[in-house]
Design a protein around this ligand. Structure first.
Ligand code: BGC
Length: 749
């Protein structure tokens, strides 16, 4: 024990010694009793023009390309190695900003010989419908950022799942703006509770990866405010992030980072956002226009906010007052977050704590989609189990791109399969991120063996369908692990890659007791759904994923996750049968659109993505068009069952009774949907509230869920305000969007 203690102490001391402690600074702005606003005002008064300009752009990434010698030296000597680095001003006590991608855990840590916890992905977290759990998820990320010397997080992705094949849905929070907004708000709160700055991204409507640098999204203001932007509005209100990141795409003709309506009129003026706006990496395309629109800090380098912004200030094209505002917003956020008074100190990451949180989130986020009775397994009765599927003997899959966490001990799979991108012809993902399939070392085969020590558990990788089927036939049950990679820079399709649909069909034909476990970031179609006996959606379940899967399969845990997104039957049921492609020849190479700069002289013409489904995102589309989803939004089974009764509604809330009518304890996520008066011109129903309740067998609870008035309102474009339409509101309550069949109507004036 003393040895272990000494090693930890030594590691901590070495790490601590690497932190560059700024010399103690005396100045009125260092007075902690003053408000962050006042401190910011006082310190900005002290700054030279050069210092101000230094704070409004990063000098990180891409090996310091386009940097002068001084910046290169700063980058090598002071950056913590994350995606973003903005040098601070030591003479004024202002710290360097060290930013790390951290959507599902701190990214790119291993390069610096560090470890961080790979949590289940955020779409999985959304399936827990549990804001408290989201807070814990964020706190863990915040703590591990601090322990690794970062003071700013690049987590907080909340782009709405308008497009179920968007490669980055796995690092967002689903298709409903209220669920997504509330969950992201709590992630941010959790992160910031650790005295790390948080942010929210990608504002806005960057809802597909294909052509993201040149896409022009077309959508009317009412639809924006009630869908994609509502998720941001709620997330910002509840999470109070230090920063907002503007996205790559154009919105109704203007780049997001040059969009004055979005960044200044709406975000800063209407929503009252006091933090700063940063550009997505290379998403800034100008100096004057972006600065006047409301962009405050350009990342990762001084593409336009270096010498070009200086010239614009000197010529008067950008007023000095605007620069002061940019800088004030940045330093105010630093004071408010606590990173000036209490900077992070390198420590050894608490691995055990990370495992605990990761497993808890995984257990609460998996969704039992179908169960005709074979689950939970009875380990005493099962004599043989066939475990089938690509690398299910090695680990669990994760999503790729900037939302990837370095795998502990390296990729569990030595030769990952080549990428197949049926959904997206563009290969930006491969060019930047490699899009390697990464499996974390949480081993499903081992976890199942540990849970069924008396059974003969045999493995087949599924590459030979006949052999896999033969193994299934000779076993009591078969568990097939099916995987699909999703990630930044490409989109997916509804079809599982590598002919896994055919594999599942042959296994199910050989053994009707076939259970499918999905590891994926996006909905997939299931042409084999009627042939299998159960399906568990495990998402990208993180470093304790296999243990959580086994816990659910064997009934230690009763599943409680509910889908945060509809699973369509096929592509033709979607608003767009295919991902909107980049027109031929517009994107000369995958990187050409980035900042319009990487390929000098490249003329990048935008192409339109017309979101003609407007308000009808996800389940709202299915309901409005009388289409049945394969599995609807909000769906998820348990090992027990629940009955709803006595629904009553008032203008403030909905009351109902919930009873556990099954034989074991379980957790239900009771959902409340509202149908607005017909004159409102809305989709049939929208989610307006929910309650997560654990009940013992036979237990009954009467619950009242308060409904936020804004969640009942529509956005009136002419008034530029939210409006509550007088009339009859019909509330429905139940265990999924398709199953909310208990009603109560209330007139609201
Ligand atoms: C992504 C951001 C990410 C940034 C830094 C961009 O490509 O869109 O989400 O934070 O890179 O890695």
């Amino acid at each position: 024990m003393p040895d272990r203690f000494l090693i930890f102490l030594l590691a901590a001391l070495i790490a601590t010694a690497q932190v560059h402690a700024p010399p103690p600074v005396k100045g009125p702005w260092m007075d902690k009793a003053l408000s962050p606003d006042r401190r910011a005002e006082l310190v900005v008064e002290q700054m030279t023009l050069g210092e101000k300009l230094q704070l409004v752009h990063g000098i990180g990434m891409l090996g310091g390309r386009e940097l002068d010698a001084e910046s290169r030296e700063l980058l090598t000597s002071r950056s913590n190695g994350g995606a973003g680095f903005v040098p601070g001003i030591p003479r004024l006590g202002l710290p360097d900003l060290n930013m790390a991608d951290s959507a599902v855990g701190v990214g790119h840590a291993a390069a610096r010989s560090r470890y961080s916890t790979a949590l289940p992905n955020t779409l999985a977290l959304a399936a827990s419908w549990d804001p408290q759990l989201a807070r814990e998820y964020g706190s863990l990320i915040g703590r591990e950022l601090r322990d690794q010397g970062y003071n700013m997080s690049l987590a907080g992705g909340v782009n709405l799942m308008r497009e179920p094949r968007n490669g980055r849905n796995f690092e967002y929070l689903g298709e409903d703006p209220i669920l997504a907004g509330r969950m992201v708000g709590q992630i941010i709160r959790g992160i910031q509770s650790q005295r790390v700055m948080g942010h929210i991204k990608h504002l806005a409507l960057n809802d597909q990866e294909t052509g993201r640098h040149i896409a022009n999204v077309k959508l009317d203001k009412r639809s924006m405010r009630e869908t994609d932007l509502l998720a941001f509005e709620i997330g910002i209100k509840e999470g109070d992030p230090s920063a907002v990141l503007c996205s790559y795409n154009r919105i109704n003709g203007e780049y997001a980072c040059e969009n004055r309506w979005l960044l200044t009129d709406l975000l800063k003026n209407t929503w009252g956002f006091k933090g700063f706006v940063i550009s997505d990496w290379f998403a800034n395309y100008s100096a004057t226009k972006a600065a006047l629109a409301g962009l405050d800090q350009e990342l990762p380098g001084p593409g336009y906010f270096g010498s070009e912004l200086r010239q614009a200030l000197e010529s008067g094209a950008v007023p000095m007052a605007r620069l002061d505002d940019m800088v004030k917003r940045i330093v105010r956020a630093e004071f408010a977050a606590g990173i000036v008074d209490d900077p992070p100190v390198h420590r050894v990451v608490d691995v055990v704590r990370g495992f605990e949180v990761a497993q808890k989130v995984a257990e609460q986020s998996m969704v039992l989609l179908k169960n005709s009775g074979s689950l939970p397994f009875n380990s005493a009765a099962l004599k043989s189990i066939a475990v089938i599927g690509m690398h299910a003997d090695a680990g669990v899959l994760s999503g790729s791109g900037s939302g990837q966490v370095d795998p502990m001990g390296g990729n569990a799979v030595a030769t990952p399969p080549p990428v197949t991108n049926p959904g997206s012809p563009q290969t930006e993902g491969e060019a930047i991120w490699g899009n390697v399939w990464v499996w974390h070392r949480s081993n499903p085969l081992k976890a199942i063996r540990a849970r069924a020590p008396a059974a003969k558990v045999q493995f087949h990788d599924g590459s030979d369908k006949a052999a896999a089927a033969a193994l299934a036939k000779s076993s009591d049950v078969a568990v097939v692990f099916a995987v699909q990679l999703a990630g930044e820079g490409f989109d997916t399709s509804l079809t599982l890659p590598y002919d896994q649909d055919a594999l599942i069909k042959s296994v199910a034909a050989a053994n009707p007791r076939t259970v499918v476990v999905l590891e994926n970031g996006n909905p997939v179609a299931m042409p084999w759904i009627n042939d299998v006996s159960a399906v568990l959606e495990a998402w990208y379940p993180g470093i304790r994923g296999a243990e959580a899967i086994a816990g659910i399969l064997f009934g230690d845990i009763s599943p409680s996750g509910k889908l945060p997104a509809s699973f369509p039957r096929n592509e033709s049921d979607l608003p767009r049968a295919a991902i909107v492609p980049v027109p031929d020849g517009r994107l000369p190479n995958p990187l050409a659109g980035i900042g319009g700069k990487l390929v000098p002289g490249a003329q990048i013409e935008p192409f339109d993505i017309d979101y003609s489904e407007k308000l009808e995102v996800g389940y709202k589309w299915f309901e409005a068009h009388d289409k049945q989803a394969l599995f609807p939004f909000g769906h998820g089974l348990s090992y027990t069952s629940f009955a709803y009764s006595d629904v009553k509604a008032t203008a403030d809330g909905v009351t109902f009774t919930l009873r556990n009518v099954g034989k074991r304890a379980g957790t239900e996520i009771a959902q409340i949907y509202a149908g607005l008066p017909a004159v409102a011109g809305e989709p049939p129903r929208r989610l307006v509230g929910w309650e997560k309740v654990t009940l013992s067998p036979g237990e009954t609870k009467t619950l009242t869920v308060r409904i936020d008035r804004q969640f009942l309102a529509i956005f009136n474009e002419a008034m530029d305000a939210w409006e509550l339409i007088p009339g009859d509101y019909r509330f429905s309550v139940g265990g999924s969007s398709a199953n909310a069949t208990q009603f109560a109507t209330v007139a609201i004036q």
